[in-house]
Design a protein around this ligand. Sequence first.
Ligand SMILES: Cc1ncc(COP(=O)(O)O)c(C=O)c1O
Length: 397
Amino acid sequence: MDYSKYFADRVVPMKGSAIREMFKRMADPEIISLAGGNPASELFPSDELSKIAGKILMTQPTLALQYGTTDGYPAMKDCARARAEKVGAVSEGDEILIMTGANQGIDLFAKSILNKGDKVIVESPSFIGSLNAFRTYECELIGIEVESDGMNIDALEKALAENPDTKMIYTIPTFQNPTGTTMSLAKRERLVELAAKYGVLVLEDNPYGDLRFSGEDVPTLKSLDKNGVVFYAGSFSKILSPGMRLGYLIGPAQLLEKTEMLKQVNDVHTPMLTQLMCVQFMKKYNIDTYIKKNRELYGKKCKAMVETMEETFPAGKVEWVVPDGGIFLWCTCPGIEDITPVVDRCLEKKVAIVPGSNFAIDPFAPSNQFRLNYSSASVEDIKEGVRRLGAVLTELL
Ligand SMILES: Cc1ncc(COP(=O)(O)O)c(C=O)c1O
């Protein structure tokens, strides 16, 4: 039976993540994946967490296994607050909601404010999870080019002037997914000013902010906002564990009250067991020590990737910006129209990369770009994977 006639209009244009599709083809253990966005599993504090989980289930079974409150377990809200305060992302009058991952926060924030046809400005390219969330609300996505120092702010100003009824700007200003770039302070200041001038809300998505391995921290947009226009999505996925599904949303309470109601409809609350595990982990251990190990490892892995790219990529055919943190590196091949043959040939050579179209506002337009991830493979696999990729690029470009 063909079920497509039953599809709601809003899900018809959705395109599944090419990365998830690729996972299906990657059952072959010989494939080196530079495609996903998984954090380094070798650094998960699994021993510590298994002891903590056991103790919670022994000593607080009712709390861990019973329904919890929608906004989050109070001590978990304090943990999120502590992380956010470090980057000035909490203001007076703000509410904090614990979310089942930042993904849910972004989705339900969008659901709280977007009507069909509303305009949303996003970086182009951007994170597919958020783009797909916005697509399901049938809004109009307006893409703004990402430069080596973040969104092109002149283009943003022009887009706002042409579309003064824009409802929201969604941005990943630090170690952006997929480009790995970080927005400069000057651009952040202008973005916040423009948002206030046009009365547009900003959703700052910052799951990678803690993962800097070179350069200086740049203030969050939320910390620069004096007008209550910036909302902030944070996550424990890249500093503790993505499988625990712990994220948070921070912003003025009046709006987040609606988001909380949507969460109640969506999944009632974030699982109590993982909230309690995170609280105990944060009490017992210094998470910053653990984050430091992540930063060091990612710095080392990024360096291995860039050095091998320099050695093996055909000279003058591929451009990239070396990131100062995060987990992604973005490449552009100016001489070609479409990267698909390279991606397919790479799979034959047993290395997986993601085509740029996956992150585009129009996912059906050809792209000459691709994203590499350096957090999940080992240093040896990164080097071997990039060597295979370099050979394919040399053959096809
Ligand atoms: C930019 C961005 N935002 C949000 C998320 C989702 O994070 P979480 O695991 O907290 O849902 C990701 C995950 O890859 C991401 O890259």
